[in-house]
Design a protein around this ligand. Structure first.
Ligand code: PMP
Length: 497
């Protein structure tokens, strides 16, 4: 198989196994399987492709039918990618407690994300997905008990591992479990084709639902109606929902789990950071947790043992979570010292305040055509709010952002856009604008023919209420309930506070 693919889903799987060099104790060989190499950055791309193609094959998913799933994020992100390629609309339900980047990623990929209250835990989002599927006739992928979830790991993940350890053998395979698709699918094949490999499952030490040995409470028909008594909210997003999923029970009942490692949340985060900073392997919290489990296994393992840990996803999915809590946004004292060690582009007095876009070389007088255009636009009663802007200027975007939040319709004349390039038309209007306002900078904002000024003056006018009065006087509708400091519309790096 070469490296040219017909579509992005052809790139799912075949993830690399990488040796751990600095973090591994000397007496063992430690390796990690880096699932972040999947196109959407997680192991769940495999499941997404597996369940959709299985449903296409057995006819339970019809062309164009909406797909729905309850997901902590990675499954939804994988499904969004697969559905985008294959043309299925996608709706996901997700507890509001999962990281913001996950929601945004799914929406960016075209999916709809329906949030469920955090206090209803994983079961709340699952129930909502079932309800929506039943109400609308959507296809529910049922990642938690769909055999296709485990099957795709038996078909792809497990043979990849066997091939990569064919020459040296594998003594320990270490994983966590969310749906337990990875666990069941890989363990099933390892037990058959590499019986000496011990299967180790990690779970949060404060939610030991497998290690407790306590059975999942179930109804008369096996249905789950309450959380497992040992479950507590934990740090490892993607692991250990509040009940024992069917696929995990299958693996337990089959006797495929040789040991269970309880993992501490702080150890998980430390391991994720160590993997990044010492090995250059950038992964998420559950990956750090699995690696913490692999280190515990290593301590007890025999000389020369080969240990493989699954790393389920990329660290980029955790920017708004505790994993990044100690990572500073601003320059540290050490960074400031580096900055101060040379004269250019450093902070401190006099402040190198960012300036609005400066005037181009424009010593000429305004041309009558441009003056006429300006008068016409600014005096147009049909569009009283006019912004003279540059397409990609941050100050212009801040003003746009404010008008959008205010619900104000405005006309934006983007002087550097393609529409104004011919014959330097934008440049000529800019000169006319400078002559009219006395200001060389962009943006310049007008309401009802009256010049307000640049971004700063417009924000001041909003904060004082003057802008709102001008809008009202010109019959421009706006959201009267909006109460913010207009300077908050500046991007964070320009924000004065
Ligand atoms: N880690 C993360 C970050 C995940 O999203 C998932 C999937 N829920 C897992 C681990 C566990 O994978 P599986 O569902 O196959 O058990």
């Amino acid at each position: 198989m070469g490296h040219r693919f017909e579509d992005i889903i052809g790139t799912v799987g075949r993830t690399p196994v990488v040796r751990i060099n600095k973090l591994a104790p000397d007496h063992v060989n430690m390796f990690v399987k880096v699932e972040a190499f999947n196109p959407m950055g997680s192991v769940k791309d495999r499941l997404a492709l597996g369940v959709i193609e299985a449903a296409e094959r057995d006819g339970s998913l019809k062309p164009g039918q909406t797909v729905i799933e309850a997901t902590s994020g990675n499954t939804g992100i994988g499904l969004a990618m697969v559905c985008a390629v294959k043309g299925y609309p996608l709706v996901v339900t997700m507890a509001e407690s999962f990281s913001i980047e996950r929601r945004k990623l799914m929406r960016f990929l075209g999916a709809k994300v329906v949030l469920t209250p955090a206090d209803q835990k994983g079961m709340g989002m699952l129930k909502k997905a079932v309800e929506l599927a039943e109400t609308h006739g959507w296809f529910l992928t049922r990642q938690f008990d769909n055999p296709a979830n485990a099957d795709i790991h038996s078909k792809t993940t497990a043979p990849e591992i066997l091939e990569d350890f064919e020459d040296i053998g594998l003594d320990y395979w270490v994983t966590g479990a969310g749906t337990a698709g990875t666990l069941k699918g890989v363990a099933r094949v390892l037990k058959e084709r590499s019986p000496k490999t011990r299967v180790i499952v990690c779970e949060p030490d404060n939610a030991p639902i497998l290690g407790s040995g306590v059975e999942q409470p179930r109804g008369p028909n096996g249905e789950i109606f309450e959380s497992h008594p040992y479950w507590r909210p934990h740090l490892m997003q993607g692991w250990t929902p509040d009940w024992i999923p069917q696929l995990a029970e299958d693996a337990l009942d089959a006797g495929w789990i040789d040991d269970i490692e309880p993992i501490n949340g702080d150890d998980a985060m430390r391991c994720a950071r160590d993997l990044a900073q010492k090995e250059g392997i950038f992964v998420g919290t559950s990956a750090g947790a699995t690696f913490a489990g692999a280190l515990a296994v290593a301590e007890k393992a025999h000389e020369g043992a080969n240990i493989l840990a699954m790393l389920p996803d990329t660290g980029e999915r955790y920017l708004s979570t505790p994993l990044f809590e100690d990572i500073p946004e601003h320059m540290t004292a050490e960074e400031k010292e580096i900055s101060d060690s040379t004269p250019t582009a450093r902070f401190g007095a006099p402040a190198a305040a960012p300036k609005p876009a400066a005037e181009p070389e424009a010593p000429h007088a305004a041309e009558p055509e441009a003056v006429a255009f300006l008068n016409e636009v600014v005096g147009d009663p049909a569009q009283p709010v006019v912004v003279f802007a540059l397409e990609w200027c941050e100050f212009c975007w801040s003003v746009r952002r404010m008008f959008k939040r205010l619900g104000v319709e405005y006309r934006s004349i983007d002087l550097d856009s393609a529409a104004y390039q011919e014959g330097n038309w934008g440049g000529k209007i800019r000169i006319a604008l400078r002559d009219r306002t006395g200001k060389p900078t962009i943006p310049q904002i007008f309401v009802g023919g009256k010049h307000i000024g640049g971004a700063t003056e417009t924000f001041d006018a909003f904060n004082s209420g003057e802008l709102q009065e001008m809008l009202a006087a010109n019959d421009v509708a706006y959201d009267e309930s909006l109460k913010v400091n207009a300077y908050s519309f500046l991007p964070k790096w320009l924000h004065p506070r």
